[in-house]
Design a protein around this ligand. Structure first.
Ligand code: HEC
Ligand code: HEC
Length: 265
């Protein structure tokens, strides 16, 4: 075959491109979990697009109806989406959007670097008052696949602006004033007894709520969550002080205890 000058150059460049791309792919797979492969590697999933779609669908179901879909691992009546609002896509409700690439990351709570799977387990043993999922079982694979699917638009080096919770000034909550806020602004949905009406209206304290090791059990974190997202029919209507007060009131109420066997998460 006769090669023109231009074709010879192409023939020389293709292997370079292939090597270059493989190196690039390797580098990426260490740092930022390309969505689909990470899910398949961590579980029982097949690799076809329809199997992937099914896994993502199962993960979303698990996220939205956690007590129903993972009864053996949930100790209360909360779904992930009761706090991570709109199936984990609402800004400043600790969203899952573009989250996967931020793991592995250092955890202050654990004192070491944790994976996305570890972080999911934390919410199972604390926010769900339950126990860890089997690490390589189908539920973990589905959950990771779903969270990864929310990262497809991730732009490296450009953090998602709705990450985490909003920043509030540090204030001291007053539970007595907080009770008045609760009765007038929250009780209609969450009940005067805090038990809500699961699975539609989540419990804020008592057996059906998160345990005392959960992030939401920190009044400053709850205040930040509440100030931006609650009351659900009028979000943003509370002052920061009212958000701290109502969180202090809710914090003074009884709830499940963290099982010490799962403290490592
Ligand atoms: C009671 C409320 C609540 C429930 C229920 C809950 N979480 Fe969370 N979750 C939080 C809060 C609050 C944070 C942020 C905590 C912090 O800053 O320490 C968080 C953080 C996370 C993070 C890390 C987010 C980030 O920005 O780094 C992941 C991942 C996560 N949760 C997954 C889940 C999954 C999966 C479920 C269901 C199995 C779940 N959570 C259930 C309250 C909850
Ligand atoms: C109109 C009904 C409604 C009102 C009023 C309301 N909430 Fe909620 N709340 C919800 C729903 C529904 C959720 C689940 C998340 C979602 O779908 O928005 C929720 C979730 C929560 C959560 C996280 C889940 C949990 O159980 O821990 C907290 C905390 C919370 N609300 C606190 C409050 C506080 C404090 C007030 C009053 C200032 C309030 N809410 C008023 C409906 C309401």
């Amino acid at each position: 075959m006769h090669l023109t000058q231009q074709n010879r150059m192409r023939v020389a460049i293709i292997p370079l491109l292939v090597v270059g791309f493989s190196l690039f792919a390797l580098a990426c797979s260490n740092s930022s979990n390309p969505p689909v492969q990470a899910a398949a590697a961590s579980g029982t999933a097949g690799n076809s697009p329809s199997q992937q779609r099914r896994l993502i669908h199962q993960g979303k179901l698990l996220f939205d109806q956690t007590p129903k879909e993972a009864p053996d691992y949930v100790g209360n009546k909360l779904s992930c989406s009761d706090c991570h609002i709109q199936s984990g896509t609402a800004a400043h409700a600790a969203p899952m959007t573009d989250l996967a690439g931020t793991f592995p990351q250092f955890s202050k709570r654990a004192g070491h670097i944790i994976s996305l799977q570890d972080r999911i387990q934390e919410c199972f043993v604390r926010s769900e008052a339950g126990q860890p999922l089997p690490a390589s079982g189908p539920q973990m694979a589905a959950m990771v696949a779903y969270i990864n699917s929310l990262s497809k638009d991730q732009v490296n080096g450009k953090p998602y602006p709705g990450r985490g919770l909003i920043k509030l000034p540090t204030l001291i909550g007053n539970p007595t004033r907080g009770k008045a806020v609760y009765v007038s602004q929250c009780a209609a949905c969450h009940g005067i007894d805090g038990a809500g009406a699961p699975p539609i209206l989540p419990a804020l304290w008592g057996n059906d709520s998160y345990n005392n090791g959960a992030g939401m059990n920190n009044p400053a974190k709850m205040a930040a969550f509440v100030a931006y997202t609650m009351p659900q029919d009028q979000p943003g209507s509370l002052t920061p002080q009212q958000a701290y007060d109502v969180s202090a009131y809710i914090h003074s109420m009884p709830r499940p205890k963290l099982n010490k066997a799962y403290k490592a998460y």
